[in-house]
Design a binder for this molecule. Sequence first.
Ligand SMILES: NC(=O)c1ccc[n+]([C@@H]2O[C@H](COP(=O)([O-])OP(=O)(O)OC[C@H]3O[C@@H](n4cnc5c(N)ncnc54)[C@H](OP(=O)(O)O)[C@@H]3O)[C@@H](O)[C@H]2O)c1
Length: 316
Amino acid sequence: MASKKIIAVVGATGAQGGGLVRVVVNDPESGFVARALTRNVSSDKAKALSKLGVEVVSANIDDLESMQRAFTGAYGAFCLTNFWEHFSPEKEHAQAKVMAQAAKQAGVQHVVWSTLEDTRKWVPLSDTRMPTLMGQYKVPHFDAKGEADQEFTKLGVPTTFLLTSFYWDNMVFFGMGPKKGPDGTLLLTLPMADKKLPGIAAEDIGKCALGIFKRGKEYIGKTVGIAGEHLTGNEMAAAMTTAFGQTVRYNNVTPEAYRGFGFPGADDLGNMFQIKCEFNDEFRRPRNPSVARSLNSSLQTFAAWLAQNKQRIPLS
Ligand SMILES: NC(=O)c1ccc[n+]([C@@H]2O[C@H](COP(=O)([O-])OP(=O)(O)OC[C@H]3O[C@@H](n4cnc5c(N)ncnc54)[C@H](OP(=O)(O)O)[C@@H]3O)[C@@H](O)[C@H]2O)c1
């Protein structure tokens, strides 16, 4: 039997990369094997991957040499940055550049880069409908990822640009679940007006990425967007009402109000939701659930995800 192709996975201990590692482990016929990259091979999450039989290697996306070592011998690489760890778009861009350089030097044949749009193509800094943040961004955690796409193209790295969607898991980990309003009714607070929000189960991102690696050449040089479903706030609230067996109401707030919520990154997310509303067609068009389903036949709908995950969503 031909030896399996290695996919080096950045973020293997996290949501996106973890999903990719797990689907590769669970799909022994895929022709691929995962190599998990982490800064800390002794963490519980890294040890759990070792226990699954996954090769776990030490690497840091701030350190080119470590990334070259980790990408050596790999056919593919899943590349990811984690904005929320440092809140620095410049650092995110630099990390993407390191991964592109390492992929080039190691001769990686297919990179899937988990990116997002540079929103300044829709709302230039001169546009005053929303504040400019950190001096030169509208949505810092999007803009630097989109800006960094060029690091892969400039070096001629064979890359698929993967546009991900809002994780429904944000309701579990990011405090975005429904909360009790003044009258005790559960309120799902989002500044999405009457527009549809593309969403996805975080676990499905890695499954779609494996679909892209399997299709190989067809996707190199392409941008592909993925979502499980596009839903309005009312539709999400209705699905939660069914899942929880108690009323959840959509609480539509303005982007200004959302920016003012005061938690770290509220201004970034307020701008993000405003763009998703005001450029709804442009934002939704590339994130086609049928494309995602063609890459990952077990793609979950919101209702299916809720059925599996509702106990994990804190209702307060
Ligand atoms: N939440 C959403 O709705 C959403 C939607 C679309 C896109 N995103 C984007 O998703 C990204 C986060 O991905 P995630 O949710 O999969 O992350 P996550 O679950 O928070 O895990 C972060 C991962 O990144 C790795 N990592 C961070 N810094 C690293 C470094 N310097 N060197 C090597 N590995 C490093 C961590 O590995 P170790 O700690 O083991 O080293 C960990 O595996 C963010 O940039 C965010 O903007 C989020």
